[in-house]
Design a protein. Structure first.
Length: 234
């Protein structure tokens, strides 16, 4: 049985967040234990309100989920909402558990879900962070080509960066995996003429499911990309 822990927010529109994570995990045959960091009031057009969970409730949920057998083998972190929630997660997660951090800053509608400086030590502890192009620019504080921005993050101790190309242009959507050994691995799928919310949530969850099944980071990124492509095609 594949079990992952998913830490993130709820989304009343149903397009993103923990609901989307749960559906993707189920599609991949995995069980998801949810930790709610915030209840968001959203439509597809706007973030109307964010009600954060108390940080101790975030840490307590994570500990209870981790203590429920069979234990999760990997973690997906989505919307954290605040630096206090990030700190609570950091203390609750054991060092042995790999986690994928989707550094969510804004919803597609433009509403803010997290302040850029709030991730703290989680950025360096993550096995993988999965920024989109906008998040990469903010987190790296570096301009210029994507390669330079990813290199800046790796220099600051981030272990691996998967830069998502879904918001780019051209016939292919290509994600680039940058690792600390200097390797750059591309993962491509044909760009589809569909616009869906929750693609970032789905990808990070699919990657965490693959890591929980024992896949390498590169295998997990390849299978994750394929899983999102299959969902978008449907
Ligand atoms: N809302 C919540 C609660 C999320 O967790 C996320 C992404 O992780 C989003 C919104 C952003 O999704 P989208 O870019 O599809 O709006």
């Amino acid at each position: 049985m594949t079990v992952i822990l998913a830490i993130g927010g709820t989304d009343s529109s149903g397009g993103a967040g923990l609901t989307r994570d749960t559906v993707m995990a189920a599609e991949l045959g995995a069980t998801l234990r949810p930790v709610v960091t915030a209840v968001t009031v959203q439509t597809d057009e706007a973030v109307l309100a964010v009600h954060p969970s108390p940080p101790e409730a975030v840490a307590d949920q994570a500990r209870a989920a981790l203590a429920t057998p069979p234990a999760p083998r990997a973690v997906k972190i989505g919307m954290l909402g605040s630096a206090a929630a990030a700190e609570a997660v950091e203390t609750a997660l054991p060092a042995s558990l790999p986690f994928v951090l989707d550094p969510v800053l804004k919803a597609t509608s433009g509403g803010t879900l997290m302040a850029a400086g709030g991730f703290g030590a989680l950025l360096r502890r993550a096995a993988l962070i999965t920024p989109n192009l906008a998040e990469l620019e903010v987190l790296s504080s570096a301009g210029g080509p994507v390669e330079a921005q990813a290199a800046a993050l790796l220099t600051h101790g981030v272990q691996a960066v998967l830069v998502k190309g879904g918001h780019g242009t051209g016939p292919w959507s290509t994600d680039l995996l940058f690792t600390a050994d200097g390797a750059v691995t591309p993962f491509s799928a044909p760009r589809l003429a569909v616009s869906k919310r929750g693609t970032g949530c789905s990808l990070a969850t699919a990657i965490a499911c693959q890591l929980a099944k024992g896949a390498s980071l590169a295998e997990a990124c390849r299978h994750g990309k394929d899983a999102v492509h299959r969902w978008l095609r449907r």
